[in-house]
Design a protein around this ligand. Structure first.
Ligand code: NAI
Length: 335
């Protein structure tokens, strides 16, 4: 299959190139993000391969369909950036990588928790400047704390496993409780109860119309003072303006983000010589108790190898007319 790979980085070229050996697809890599303005680059291809910040709305999908694109292969788990109804209307098959290294993303969430709690990012800078003062670095033990997990699918389950290992009480909210989590000793509660009980809240549910701004002013009001909030899932689960207000009053005591609702214009690019024009994001950066990474939860060697292998297998399955378990459609979501 001839595949146009959008938003391609050197690591995409490396991992997808290696994994393509047994498949023999023709891969072309484009730096540009996929959207209505760039869809024409897919002329002459059969499929496009897209990532989290590509925008596959109706206009983009219509253009792709007109060019003869019949498959969108997402090299990620989330599919909130694809209009699945439009894809179906234009006869485009959408495949994704539902599971590639849930432990890697869960470990990144834990890395944010540990770094925030013990203020590792601050001590790193201090020690390099010969400042060995401990003032302001006081942390707390994770052992015995209550961790609230919103979404206990692949990543949430891996996260629960680690936090149980730390000796935390783990409570969770998910419309579909996970039996393996229950066996780990995870207690399922309603979301409101989780918000009131948790010392640390970690988000692991997908972004859907129902979960957009799940963490808003009302949700924050229910949280414990000084709560730690961690989001490694999708930025728009959190109302950033409400979170900033809560950071100012110290209702939120620690914030760890790997994702940001307006990350599309910034993340994955080196903007170190440019002016950041997003004032909300810039405000977040001013807080000493906020730690942000640029959507790197997925970025482990194991995950990239797995993403590449599954993406190319998905394309081969579609090409060979096989049923592909990783196909995602609006009809399937509606059950
Ligand atoms: P999954 O599909 O295995 O699990 C999601 C869970 O969320 C399911 O159990 C589902 O029932 C639950 N859920 C759905 N709506 C909910 C709600 N309103 N409240 C509570 N739970 C709800 O997905 P997986 O693989 O665990 O990934 C979770 C999310 O992590 C993805 O949707 C993606 O947005 C994000 N992600 C982030 C990465 C990163 O690099 N930071 C990498 C991979 C995924």
């Amino acid at each position: 299959m001839r595949v146009a790979i959008f938003g391609a980085k050197d690591y995409d070229r490396e991992f997808l190139g290696q994994a393509n050996a047994p498949h023999g697809h023709t891969l072309a890599f484009f730096d540009a993000h996929l959207g209505a303005a760039t869809a024409s680059l897919a002329k002459g291809f059969d499929a496009v391969c897209a990532f989290v910040n590509d925008e596959l709305g109706d206009d983009c999908l219509a253009e792709l369909a007109a060019l003869g694109i019949h498959t969108v292969a997402l090299r990620c788990a989330g599919f909130n950036n694809v209009d699945l109804d439009a894809a179906a209307a234009h006869g485009i098959t959408v495949v994704r990588v539902p599971r590639y290294s849930p432990e890697g993303v869960a470990e990144h969430a834990v890395a944010l928790i540990l770094a925030l709690n013990r203020k590792i990012y601050r001590s790193y800078n201090r020690v390099r400047e010969g400042n060995f003062s401990l003032e302001g670095l006081l942390g707390f033990n994770l052992h015995g704390k209550t961790v609230g997990v919103i979404g206990t699918g692949n990543i949430g389950e891996a996260f629960c496993t680690i936090m149980r290992g730390f000796g935390c009480t783990v409570i969770a909210a998910d419309p579909f409780p996970n039996e393996r989590c229950i066996r780990l000793g995870v207690e399922y509660t309603e979301l409101d109860e989780l918000l009131t009980r948790a010392d640390i809240i970690s988000l692991h549910c997908p972004l859907t119309p129902d979960t957009h701004h799940l963490i808003d002013e009302n949700a924050i009001a229910k949280m414990k003072p000084g709560v730690m909030l961690v989001n490694t899932s999708r930025g728009a689960l959190v109302d950033t303006v409400a979170v900033i207000a809560a950071l100012k009053t110290m209702k939120i005591g620690y914030l760890g983000l790997d994702v940001y609702e307006e990350e599309g214009d910034m993340f994955f690019e080196d903007l170190s010589g440019k002016i950041i024009t997003d004032d909300v994001f810039s405000r977040l950066l001013t807080f000493p108790n906020v730690l942000i990474t640029g959507h790197q939860g997925f970025f482990s060697a194991e995950a990239l190898a797995s993403i590449a292998a599954t993406t190319l297998q998905n394309l081969s399955d579609v090409e060979q007319g096989k049923a592909c378990n990783n196909e995602i459609s609006a009809a399937q979501l509606r059950g």
